[in-house]
Design a protein around this ligand. Structure first.
Ligand code: LIP
Length: 303
């Protein structure tokens, strides 16, 4: 199926669309305190949505349906409005109009639009654009991934070695599920990763950008060694998966999954994600790091 679709055309369209959406996001940010409705809540007080999220998704959805009327569309705010979606084999656009909405509301400059494109359930084109820092990450299957269209990722090549978890700078997120059970699992996992002593990994550090898509891009760039999150959605990760894979990264799902398996629709929609940057030790080294990582974390099924 991919062979009948020109990925370079899809990529060029997605880049143009991301920049157009980015301008709307920046305008929305500049006027965010004047907006009549301001900020709304979804599942709880920390799961936010704004008029700009909704307006940008409506714009992007319209542009895609005009250019590609036979393609499917999955969007965060369409889902929130009750549109049912199943990631099929059909060419599908998977969009988060503003990934990092809390950052957008607070003026913390790590928000982006994430535009992913899948065929056969596999992400094959991804564009993530942070208009506040004017950083556009892009990737297409078999064509590499880039920052601002010309700087190939990872930013440092050859990538430095990563012999163990203890040498890692790790991306994590607190997410929007703050229920006691989920928080207990997160805190136990984070303690095992950051702490010192028996059963602890004592990673070099942890960072939370507040955007899954930008965390994926930081791993693709080589600025983070790994990123782990349970609870985000396919619209948060579809674009970032392509960008990370094309930069030599490897994406894993649940600790119970086949760690040698390639990316699948089940992984994209599985809501459990571990990404490890490209390393000289290659796939074998990445799988070994994933196994070491999973020994330190407690998983849960995100509702
Ligand atoms: C965000 C994700 C992030 C997660 C946040 C939030 P949003 O997406 O990118 O990984 O930790 O809770 O879900 O809601 O800003 O589009």
């Amino acid at each position: 199926m991919t062979s009948t679709i020109n990925l370079q055309d899809i990529l060029a369209f997605a880049i143009t669309l991301a920049r157009q959406a980015g301008a709307k996001i920046k305008h929305g940010s500049a006027t965010r305190f004047e907006a009549s409705t301001g900020v709304d809540e979804k599942k709880n007080a920390v799961d936010l949505v704004t008029e700009t999220d909704q307006a940008v998704e409506a714009f992007v959805k319209q542009e895609i349906s005009t250019r590609f009327p036979h393609h499917s569309f999955i969007g965060e705010e369409s889902h929130a409005a009750g549109e049912k979606h199943i990631l099929s084999d059909d060419p599908t656009w998977i969009v988060d109009p503003i990934d990092g909405t809390t950052n957008f509301v607070h003026g913390f400059p790590f928000s982006c639009i994430s535009i992913g494109f899948t065929v056969g359930g596999e992400p094959v084109v991804g564009v993530v654009y942070n208009p506040f820092l004017d950083q556009l990450y892009s990737g297409a299957k078999g064509h590499g991934s880039f920052l601002n269209e010309t700087t190939r990722l990872p930013l440092v090549a050859p990538a430095p070695s990563l012999p163990s978890l203890s040498r890692a700078l790790l991306g994590i997120e607190w997410g929007s599920d703050r229920s006691p059970e989920v928080m207990s699992n997160k805190l136990k996992s984070f303690d095992n990763l950051i702490g010192q002593g028996e059963g602890k990994a004592m990673v070099r550090g942890v960072r939370s950008l507040g955007s899954a898509a930008l965390n994926f891009c930081a791993v693709a760039s080589g600025q983070l060694d790994m990123y782990w999150e349970i609870g985000c959605w396919e619209w948060d990760v579809a674009a970032g998966i392509v960008i990370a894979l094309e930069a030599g990264g490897r994406v894993f799902g649940s600790k119970k999954s086949d760690l040698s398996a390639e990316c699948s629709a089940e992984l994209v929609t599985g809501r459990k994600y571990l990404i490890i940057r490209g390393i000289p030790e290659g796939k074998e080294g990445q799988v070994a790091l994933a196994k070491e990582f999973y020994e330190h974390v407690v998983e849960w099924d995100q509702l």
